[in-house]
Design a protein around this ligand. Sequence first.
Ligand code: BV8
Length: 271
Amino acid sequence: MDGTVGGGAQKADGGLAAALRAARRVVVLTGAGASAESGIPTFRDALTGLWERFDPARLATPEAFEADPGLVWGWYVWRREQIARCRTNPAHDAVTRLQRAVRARGGTVTVVTQNVDDLHERAGAEDVVHLHGAIAASRCSVCGAPAESEAAPETRAASDTAGPEIRTGGARIAPPACPVCGGPVRPSVVWFGEALPRGEWLRAEAAAARADLLLSVGTSSTVYPAAELPHTAARAGARIVQVNPSPTGLESIVRDDVRARAGAALPGLID
Ligand code: BV8
């Protein structure tokens, strides 16, 4: 393990700043922790309201939606409303500045996120790879036709009347019916047990396989196949940098372990 640098880093080679300035093929892999300082709870945080007795990984499954579409759809309506009220945080803004700086010197930065929010895009990042889909989009769970994400008026009324509960997380809301086949509409995210979008995965994997630096930000490195990407980059000889206040399963391949919150640490690393 290399030396340590300030800011709560567990270990980092003094050359981290130089490496970030010299890198030309960068992958930034973000997880729920990158949006935590925007007020979006991570998957490890306890859920609230009706869902507090559920493990998010148990809610984010086709089986849960099949068993109780209103419970799962209500959770996503609540999360969408939460995300719509949030703003980007300094971590998202720093990632965008890094992408612009590396591009200005002829390099590439591929932002690969496990998050289903749009905060990287709202911060100005381009060509973001969404491994797990986007919460803002919906599709029919039966025929796959794209569908409106807004709950249908009758069910929307239910959530409006349920106002405070939905704000604190706690209402079942019947999903809209598909305008094509009448099937229940679902969020266009990748649930546990579902394959990642092939094109997105191939883009992420190819970027990791040619990276000279991979920055892992705010992910517990427990969800696969996304968690495989730092290992793919390390095998390609990339420098692995981690920004996370807690240890993850990644330390053995991490050269610079910045043990800090992303919004606090990334601006100082990038600028
Ligand atoms: C699949 C969308 C196969 C929904 C999500 C090996 C290989 C392949 C698959 C598997 C495998 N082993 C197990 C599997 C199955 C499974 C899996 O990985 N399970 C885990 C739990 C063991 N994987 C799958 O099911 C994947 N599909 O493999 O399909 C297949 C192939 C062909 C055909 C059919 C099937 C699909 C996985 C995608 C699941 N969907 N999201 C939604 O969001 O509602 S994943 C979901 O979890 C989110 O995307 C979230 O991002 C992710 C959790 O990971 P993190 O982002 O890391 O979040 P977490 O809360 O865990 O950690 C937050 C971290 O932030 C912490 O470390 C914390 O310390 C840190 N933090 C907190 N605050 C801050 C901070 N860091 C910085 N700053 C802060 N301020």
